[in-house]
Design a protein around this ligand. Structure first.
Ligand code: ZN
Ligand code: ZN
Length: 231
């Protein structure tokens, strides 16, 4: 894993041009030019489940009837331009340094940060293939901003589970059954889970249940993008 200082130097080296439109950056512009930054949408959303709503709310209608197991949801935006492109560059284009500014941006929205932050683990084989876990890089960047402790190895993924998106609700449950093991026993009452993109929410829900069973009282979710799926 790269140290924060080497991450910063790579970040500064790539920092001469906007990472979206490629135009040279002006004074006081870092990573993205101000025109591209203006395209970062912040639609209002439900602070419990992350669904986009007409105006910001603590709980939407569906959370009132069937709330998710976590308490608070923080996100940057929907899985759409420009976040969709940035997440793609981060995960599949090898631009791991984008985790730093994305994490910083998300951290600015977190009003009550959890003292411990845990990224969604990748299976070791997938991590080997990609050479890094994007959720870990995001969690470390967020933790640097909030002053929280990032525990990237607190949860292990024991099975290389199938992508959740194509599965039905019951198949997703079966797919995730016993896919994770909690490796850390000493956890505070308030913990946050970090994911890059939330799709069905079933992985994060499974990790939340694991933490609640271990005695954690409040689990929050920090994620860059939310993508609505038909459930
Ligand atoms: Zn730009
Ligand atoms: Zn909701």
């Amino acid at each position: 894993m790269l140290s924060p200082s080497s991450l910063r130097s790579i970040f500064q080296w790539t920092n001469q041009q906007c990472q979206l439109c490629r135009l040279p950056l002006g004074d006081n512009e870092t990573v993205w030019c101000r025109h591209c930054m203006a395209r970062f949408p912040q639609p209002p959303y439900c602070a419990r489940c992350g669904t986009t709503t007409l105006k910001s709310t603590d709980q939407c209608g569906s959370c009132l009837s069937a709330p998710p197991p976590w308490q608070q949801f923080y996100r940057l935006g929907e899985y759409d331009f420009p976040l969709r492109q940035l997440i793609h560059q981060l995960k599949f284009g090898g631009k791991f340094w984008l985790a730093e500014p994305l994490g910083q941006l998300l951290a600015q929205h977190i009003s009550h940060p959890a003292p411990v932050i845990i990224p969604v683990p990748l299976h070791p084989l997938r991590r080997l293939y990609r050479s890094f876990n994007q959720s870990t890089l995001l969690a470390q960047a967020i933790a640097r901003e909030t002053g929280s402790l990032c525990l990237p190895n607190a949860i292990h993924r024991t099975r290389n589970t199938q992508a959740q998106r194509q599965l039905s609700k019951s198949e997703r449950k079966k797919n995730l059954h016993q896919a994770f093991i909690l490796k850390t026993k000493a956890l505070p009452e308030h913990v946050a889970i970090v994911d890059d993109v939330l799709t069905t929410g079933s992985t994060v829900a499974e990790l939340t249940r694991l933490l609640l069973q271990a005695g954690v009282k409040q689990v929050d979710v920090y994620c860059i993008c939310y993508t609505p799926v038909i459930k």
